[in-house]
Ligand binder design. Structure first.
Ligand code: GLU
Ligand code: ZN
Length: 295
């Protein structure tokens, strides 16, 4: 019987192949779940057709399988969940917590926040696709497993944010909240590039009456000199690297160095039995150019 108190997930967007950064996120979520005998799920976040790369969902799933990570339930595709996202948006409008907005990006302030033109217009969400959530002027605090205490004033930091886009598609912030609740996720493990999104997601959970899971943000790779990596570095596919090599490098990146010479099963056995989230570093250098991972 799996531990009913822990459910984690890996939620890639099908915008390309699995790369080192997404391998780290997959592995971190997998090991947090497996080391607790919990459940581990995969969700494909395919709700952004303009950014989608055809075929990449299939490649990501087969890569995860080749590397030894298999989900405990069928994969959930967000493209099958449009009714749930629309329902949540309309419920928020109904409650006065969100509103339809016909403004384009041009009206945004230089800091990217929305000045609120449509806040009081009560436009009809059946006619105006874009919907914004009202950001309240209060600080949202949460304790992250790796990154510690975080707090953000939503109104000041992001302002009223989009939950349904002008093209009618749900925004990431809304869909992720609806599905983390739907899949009964108890802890969200993902890359620290999404640390800043977490307060928006907590605000949406509160507004929708959904539970707030735990959060565990994994370090992002920085270049050997400590600077942020270029867009290309770290986003190179794992390609045909040996599974043992890719897995060992990602483990090492997360503060766990397995003994050398183990086969894939033995590395996973070692990792699951030695996994300790206290050892995950907040900042980490990329071990070697990942585009030259030995094949
Ligand atoms: N789909 C998002 C991404 O690939 C991650 C969502 C999440 O883990 O919350 O960047
Ligand atoms: Zn507007």
């Amino acid at each position: 019987m799996p531990n009913p108190d822990y459910t984690g997930r890996f939620a890639p967007s099908p915008t390309g192949e699995l790369h080192f950064g997404s391998l780290v996120a997959a592995m971190g979520s997998y090991l947090q779940a497996r080391s607790r005998q919990g459940t581990w799920l995969i969700r494909i976040e395919d709700i952004d057709p303009p950014r989608e790369v055809p075929g990449s969902a299939k490649i990501i799933l087969s890569e995860l399988g080749r590397l030894g990570m298999r989900a405990d339930r069928p994969v959930l595709y967000q493209s099958t969940r449009m009714d749930a996202y629309n329902g949540a948006c309309l419920a928020l409008v109904e409650k006065g917590l969100a509103y339809a907005c016909r403004c384009s990006r041009k009206v945004l302030r230089t800091d990217g926040t929305y000045p609120g033109h449509c806040r009081k217009l009560a436009l009809d969400p059946a006619e105006v696709p874009q919907i914004r959530f009202r950001a309240s002027d209060e600080s949202i605090d949460f304790e992250d497993t790796v990154m510690g205490m975080n707090s953000q004033n939503l109104a000041r930091a992001v302002g009223d944010f989009v939950i349904r886009r002008a093209d009618g598609m749900p925004a990431y912030q809304l869909a992720v909240v609806v599905d983390d609740a739907h899949q009964e996720i108890t802890e969200v493990v993902r890359g620290a590039d999404l640390l800043d999104s977490t307060p928006r997601q907590i605000a949406l959970q509160r507004a929708l009456g959904l539970p707030t899971p735990g959060y565990c943000h994994l370090p992002l790779a920085v270049a050997a000199d400590g600077s942020k990596l270029s867009k290309r570095a770290g986003t190179d596919p794992i390609g045909n690297a040996r599974p043992e090599t890719a897995i060992s490098m990602a483990l090492d990146f997360l503060g766990h160095t397995p003994p050398e010479g183990l086969n894939l099963d033995a590395i996973w056995f070692w990792a699951i039995s030695h996994w300790d989230s206290d050892r995950i570093p907040r900042r980490r250098r990329l071990p070697a150019p990942v585009d030259v991972l030995p094949g």
